[in-house]
Write a protein of this length. Structure first.
Length: 232
């Protein structure tokens, strides 16, 4: 219980009253659209961290960053990604209005988190497996970065241009298809050569990148499906 004074009048404000004020403030923010924009911002923040992880992986593939250093930096990025997801989940439990269904937002967030988790595993495996050359991964990772950029662009359209979100999400799928094609092309080349330890290492890393692409495709599909439900 606290005391407040206004114009010489003293009254008591209890915890229940303060909670009611907070709920009214939240409802007012929802009505003005602030909560929906907050949620979109949190989703985009999570996607941006996944992109940071992809950039780090590409730098490692291009031999611009030492693999052990990249592994340590990726652990920090992944930790920030977990925190960003936690922020979004907390917000979903607090706000009254969301741009799409809460369940779809949760699924979208989980798929983006899976993208970052697989990137973490990829960077760790480049250090553990130790293939001499990682340049084969540069193009697939560039396709992944392009897809994440398109996914963030699609997510930002949820409020101001909802009719364009599905088309923007399909652009993400195209980047995922490009990643899959690069994976298949490189794998075909590998399988034409004699089996060596380096070939097996590269095949495992290619499989990891393919898994990253599948998780990104899931995120794009979730967003597209959610906007289709919203339009009905």
């Amino acid at each position: 219980m606290t005391r407040r004074v206004r114009r010489g009048v003293r009254w008591r404000v209890g915890r229940g009253t303060r909670g009611g004020v907070r709920r009214l403030a939240q409802a007012w923010a929802d009505l003005r659209g602030h909560s929906a924009r907050l949620v979109v911002g949190l989703v985009c923040a999570q996607i941006a961290l996944a992109r940071s992880g992809a950039e780090l992986a590409r730098s490692t593939a291009a031999d611009a960053v030492d693999r052990s250093q990249a592994r340590a930096e990726m652990a920090e990025v992944e930790h920030k990604g977990d925190a960003a997801r936690a922020n979004l989940v907390r917000a979903l439990g607090r706000v009254l209005v969301t741009p799409i269904d809460r369940e779809d937002l949760y699924r979208l967030s989980r798929s983006v988190d899976d993208v970052l988790d697989h990137l973490r595993d990829y960077v760790r495996e480049t250090d553990l497996f130790g293939p001499r050359d990682l340049t084969f991964a540069v193009e697939p990772l560039e396709a992944l970065i392009d897809g994440l950029d398109k996914l963030e662009s699609a997510a930002r359209k949820m409020i101001d241009a909802p009719a364009t979100v599905t088309t923007a999400a399909l652009a993400t799928r195209k980047s995922c298809t490009r990643l899959r094609q690069l994976h298949q092309s490189r794998l075909t080349t590998l399988l034409a050569d004699p089996v060596t330890a380096d070939l097996l290492r590269e095949r495992e890393l290619l499989s990891r990148l393919d898994a990253v692409g599948r998780r990104l495709r899931e995120a794009a599909d979730t967003l597209a499906d959610a906007m289709l439900k919203r339009s009905h």
